[in-house]
Write a protein of this length. Structure first.
Length: 447
């Protein structure tokens, strides 16, 4: 079921993307302009550039920095039947992403220089997306002994997390945050006290009862977050909450920020677009951790994005095979693939109902995640690597899992009609993705 990675047309060394609406939140730019790319870097941006280079026709398109997703699961090493770094990167490119940060719940976990080196080498060879590894915060993600963060940061780890398993033990968490503060990195917590979530399969209440499965209490998330905020207060460590799902958590982050604490948060498109009711319709393809919650939680997450309590949007791209998801609600693994649907789902959920506009949404996918991790990129500054996505904001299309570049198909969004699509993705000036039917826009430039 692995999708073949199609070879893309090749762009020349110098070209101009002409006539698009350039949205570059990092440089406060939102205007009709041309973007000249030379030797893989942004060369110039301006109205009707007269440079004599082949051109890409971007009329009617948004020209944006390549998107950044700081929460993906690429499964390699150890889970290559679900996704490899290469197929994950192809999926990222198809979703308009040029940079992703991958979570360490691989097998073995990303807790050693060896695994960090492997990820760097595999992603370099794939050449489709920048892959920044997030290292485990504790050895083998067991929550017992913090890793040597200095060594792993030196080898390329951009943050530390035991994602999938929040660190339960107070003393271990305190030591981990002290190290994060000392090395100047970021701690990312999957907030869940497992004694409170207690094997919950879906959000507690009506849907859990209807399905006859244990309910998942949102206080599993907010209680750990509250404990962690107390430890952040004591250590000053940079702390980022993964995939916020509950109204109470959003409020805790809002208050931590107003107290001046270095706390940030992310939310996933599915927690903005769906409630627990989705589990009744799509079964295990709507089973996530944290679970889809109720309408008040969805509203709180959207409000949090709009007022800045939540910093950025991530996919939590979590490939699982059809067989794994067919084990039924109780036994199927959690998560959905998200890279190839993220922008369209956010467009439908936030832009079409006029909660946010395109520049705000592009910021949530570019400058905001770059700021959370303190990484370069996410803007179209002159001299920056030419990581660019062209988005057709009015293209209506049907999500079709059979066309995914990801190895997996686990999503409740299959068959949805959505508006807005990344149609060309460029990394270091090279094409990494062209949507079906748009190659004519490249004809004067590509060969
Ligand atoms: Zn998680």
């Amino acid at each position: 079921m692995s999708a073949a990675i199609t070879t893309q047309p090749i762009l020349p060394n110098s070209y101009v993307i002409r006539g698009g609406r350039v949205i570059d939140p990092g440089n406060r730019l939102d205007q009709s302009a041309d973007v000249a790319v030379v030797d893989g870097r942004i060369h110039r941006i301006g109205r009707e550039l007269t440079v004599d280079h082949p051109s890409i026709d971007a009329t009617g398109l948004l020209v944006c920095p390549g998107l950044i997703d700081i929460h993906v699961h690429f499964r390699e090493p150890g889970g290559e039947h679900k996704e490899t770094i290469e197929t994950g990167c192809a999926s990222a490119a198809a979703g308009g992403f040029t940079t992703v940060a991958c979570m360490p719940n691989t097998n073995p976990a990303i807790d050693s220089p060896t695994v960090l080196d492997l990820i760097r080498e595999k992603s370099r060879r794939a050449g489709l997306c920048r892959v920044l590894p997030i290292a485990a915060a504790t050895e083998a993600r067991r929550g017992l002994k913090p890793v040597d963060m200095t060594a792993l940061k030196g080898r390329g780890a951009v943050a530390f997390s035991d994602d999938g398993d929040g660190i339960e033990d107070d003393a271990v968490m305190l030591r981990a945050l002290e190290q994060v503060a000392a090395v100047g990195s970021v701690f990312i917590q999957h907030c869940e006290f497992k004694s409170i979530s207690a094997g919950g399969v879906v959000h507690h209440g009506r849907v859990a009862e209807a399905l006859g499965v244990p309910g998942y209490d949102p206080r599993a998330e907010s209680a750990m977050l509250e404990r962690d905020i107390g430890l952040v207060r004591r250590t000053g460590a940079r702390y980022h909450v993964a995939h916020v799902s509950a109204a109470e958590s959003v409020e805790l982050v809002r208050r931590a920020k107003s107290d001046g604490l270095p706390v940030t948060a992310e939310v996933c498109p599915h927690h903005l677009a769906l409630t627990a009711d989705a589990c009744l319709e799509w079964g295990a393809n709507a089973k996530m951790s944290p679970p889809l919650r109720d309408a008040a939680d969805v509203r709180a997450c959207i409000d949090g994005l709009c007022d800045g309590a939540i910093d950025c949007i991530v996919t939590d791209h979590a490939p699982h095979t059809v067989d794994e998801k067919a084990r039924g609600m109780r036994d199927a693994p959690c998560g959905i693939v998200g890279l190839e649907t993220a922008l369209a789902i956010v467009s439908d959920t936030l832009i079409q109902p006029q909660r946010l506009d395109w520049p705000a949404v592009i910021a949530l996918f570019t400058t905001a995640p770059a700021r959370v991790l303190g990484i370069a990129g996410g803007n179209l500054g002159v001299g920056q690597p030419a990581d660019i996505v062209l988005v057709d904001p009015s293209m209506t299309w049907r999500i079709d899992v059979s066309r995914f570049a990801s190895k997996c198909r686990n999503t409740p969004f299959d068959g949805w009609n959505v508006t807005g699509r990344p149609i060309v993705t460029i990394l270091d000036g090279r094409l990494t993705y062209v949507a079906p039917g748009v190659t004519q826009r490249l004809e004067t430039a590509a060969r």
